[in-house]
Design a protein around this ligand. Structure first.
Ligand code: F6P
Length: 504
């Protein structure tokens, strides 16, 4: 072996975090980051200088940290099972949150005879529940009702057509999920599904029974035709990508039961308490953020990979892409100055499949790409083969991390592995609702800490607007069917030519 990143034997928990730390039973092992004691000290000094501790306290205290939108950042209140009061401008938000929990439980109890649920939402109104439904499907003790949960996000009608071909209209429920209730993909898909109900002879009364909404814009949901009793509110102090803990997570409760939804919240709440109450040196989200900062400073890294060795977490990288890149993919900091660092490109997929795809580049490509490996101690099924398969899954995960860290010398350049490729290992005891909640909250907080270290507001997303604005005149031009569109202030020459080509 040529390069040894960090050969120190793992230390005891709660010692200097050179290697392993545990929170909510989740083990973080940073041994392959190659960060020695002196480097950790410098990193903690940076965290102190950036006032990470003060930011965490302010966030839980409901300060308006989303400065550009003048909003608090309180998704943690949505899972505050301790029910301690959380105030915004002197008003406790917990009664409104517990009322939504009560309504979700009541809905679960009367959710009988439903064959299909169509959950319509996109981005933060889609990834979280979609990931949770997939991630928990393997848990044998979960009472999964015999109900199909369909997720409809894309404006492309391929997804819509696939769902409508399978759903039974008279026993379908439709949940329209949109923080703003103005997102075009969501409102157009919702209209299409309502039309499908009508075409299938559902009466007015049946349609109004079938429609549900989850939104901060209750007026718009009513205007759309959703009955007030079927609207589950959430609030503008919850970012869309942080909203799965609100009624946006309704599919989890409906599919797997209210108790499972509560377990999911409980795991996240346990991670919140860890994040809020633990000093920087033992704080998992802080440690994870600092490992990334270290690699940025050492290697100017531009990409970051997350590889869950759990097929059930295949949606996790896509969820994390929005969380990280929409939160921290910014060119200017909180003071309007150009940033030195912001979010790397996040990519990944479940292992071991990923090994047969882009791991070649991770091992021998010219760029250093830090990786978070996520592994689960307990096998994912009770099949006779489960233990043998799981051992191979875990051994592949450990082997990849080791190979990336140490590399290999060889006579031919082609056979050399440079090594010194850093990675974290996160080890979950098992993949159930509780640990899934804890895992997602861990990454949410990691994203927040990175935002603080980079002095970025992680809670707005102004960069998504321009494309939406430009799409409007382009759509109008496409609808005109004209093939002589000329360049204008709204449509440039390249795009005009493309429209003309499409319209020909
Ligand atoms: O366009 C990006 C975005 O605003 C995301 O931030 C959000 O998660 C998604 O669109 C959906 O928004 P909404 O929940 O308001 O429909």
């Amino acid at each position: 072996m040529t390069v040894i990143l960090n050969s120190a034997a793992p230390k005891q928990h709660n010692e200097f975090p050179q290697n392993t730390q545990v929170a909510v039973d989740i083990v973080l092992d940073t041994a392959y980051q190659g960060i020695d004691e002196a480097a950790w000290k410098k990193l903690f000094a940076k965290a102190r200088k950036a006032n990470v501790t003060g930011f965490i306290a302010d966030m839980f205290a409901g300060k308006r940290l989303n400065a550009s939108e003048n909003r608090p950042v309180l998704h943690s209140a949505l899972r505050n099972l301790s029910k301690t009061s959380v105030e915004i401008d002197g008003q406790d938000v917990m009664p409104a949150i517990t009322e939504v929990w009560r309504r979700i439980e009541a809905l679960c109890n009367k959710w009988i005879g439903i064959t299909d649920v169509i959950h319509i939402g996109i981005g933060g109104s889609d990834f979280g529940p979609r990931l949770a439904i997939e991630a928990l499907a393997h848990v044998p003790s979960i009472d999964s009702r015999l109900m199909r949960m369909h997720f409809l996000a894309n404006i492309d009608t391929a997804e819509l057509a696939r769902i409508l071909a399978r759903a039974q209209p008279h026993s379908t429920r439709v949940i329209i999920v949109s923080k703003s209730f103005t997102t075009l993909e969501t409102t157009m898909n919702a209209k299409a599904v309502v039309n499908w109900l009508k075409e299938n002879n559902c009466s007015k009364a049946q349609i109004s029974r079938a429609l549900f909404a989850v939104t901060t814009n209750v007026a718009a949901a009513k205007e759309f035709g959703v009955e007030e009793n079927n609207i589950y509110p959430f609030w503008d102090w919850v970012g869309g990508r942080y909203s799965v803990w609100s009624a946006v997570g309704l599919p989890i409760a409906l599919q797997y039961g209210f108790d499972t939804f509560m377990d999911f919240l409980a795991g996240a709440h346990a991670m919140d308490l860890h994040f809020k109450n633990t000093e920087l040196e033992n704080n998992l989200p802080v440690l994870m953020a600092l490992t990334l900062l270290h690699q940025q400073e050492q290697h100017d890294i531009k990409s970051f990979a997350v590889i869950p060795y759990a097929d059930a977490l295949d949606w996790f990288p896509r969820w994390l892409q929005q969380l990280d890149m929409e939160s921290n993919g910014k060119g200017v900091n909180r003071d309007g100055q150009p940033v030195k660092f912001s979010s790397p490109v996040v990519f990944g997929s479940s292992g071991s499949n990923a090994q047969h795809s882009y791991f070649q580049l991770l091992h021998q490509g010219p760029e250093v790409i830090p990786i978070d490996f996520i592994a689960v101690r307990k096998a994912m099924s009770e099949l006779p083969e489960a233990q043998a398969h799981h051992r191979i899954l875990l051994s592949n995960c450990l082997a990849q991390a080791q190979a990336l860290a140490h590399g290999k010398e060889a006579d031919k350049p082609n056979d050399c592995y440079p090594g010194s490729r850093p990675s974290n290992l996160l080890l979950l005891p098992e993949l159930n609702a509780f640990y899934l909640g804890a895992l997602l909250a861990l990454y949410e907080h990691r994203t927040t800490v990175l935002g603080v270290l980079w002095n970025i507001n992680s809670f707005d997303q102004p960069g998504v607007e321009l494309g939406k604005v430009l799409a409007k005149p382009i759509e109008k031009a496409l609808a005109s069917h004209a093939n002589n569109i000329e360049a204008s202030t709204e449509i440039d020459a390249v795009t005009a030519a493309r429209i003309n080509f499409l319209n020909t």
